[in-house]
Design a protein around this ligand. Structure first.
Ligand code: FES
Ligand code: FES
Length: 150
């Protein structure tokens, strides 16, 4: 048995230690906001926060996150600036990629509170939205930066 802390709650699961975190979250804990796409750490769709840092959950084992604090999109409060900006800018199309991108944004803005357009573009370089919502994602990131500056 292994345990993990997700969204402020301790959970215990019976799975092999090398099981990817993605599958533990989805299959064992039924947190299906964490999505599967490439499975090889290329697209960012499965991103969660581990101790505040954006990590691709398809590519880390359950064992490697023992003792860490894991946050999925449900762990952000409803009035979190990223959630508010995403609604205001009507970012999602199908929505599949958005939880991962929003969590990646939380990490990005925690390291770069007032990013330039070039820095935002660079941050989006390694995430994939098949619906092409990138222009709205950029606007939402800028909005969050402006909100938190005020
Ligand atoms: S599914 Fe994990 S990075 Fe694509
Ligand atoms: S909104 Fe559909 S994949 Fe990004």
């Amino acid at each position: 048995m292994l345990s993990l802390h997700v969204n402020g709650k301790k959970q215990q699961v019976y799975v092999a230690p090398d099981t990817p975190l993605l599958w533990v979250l989805r299959d064992n804990l039924e947190i299906t906001s964490v999505k599967y796409a490439c499975g090889i750490a290329e697209c960012g769709v499965c991103t969660v926060l581990i101790d505040g840092e954006a990590v691709r959950s398809c590519s880390v084992s359950l064992q490697s996150v023992q003792g860490s604090k894991i946050t999925t999109i449900e762990g952000l409060p409803a009035d979190h600036p990223v959630k508010l900006a995403w609604i205001e800018k009507q970012v999602p199309q199908c929505g599949y990629c958005q939880p991962g991108i929003m969590l990646q944004t939380v990490d990005f803005l925690s390291r770069q509170a007032d990013p330039s357009e070039a820095q935002i573009n660079e941050a989006l370089d390694n995430i994939l939205c098949r619906c092409g919502s990138h222009p709205r994602i950029k606007k939402a990131i800028k909005m969050v930066a402006d909100m938190t500056k005020e």
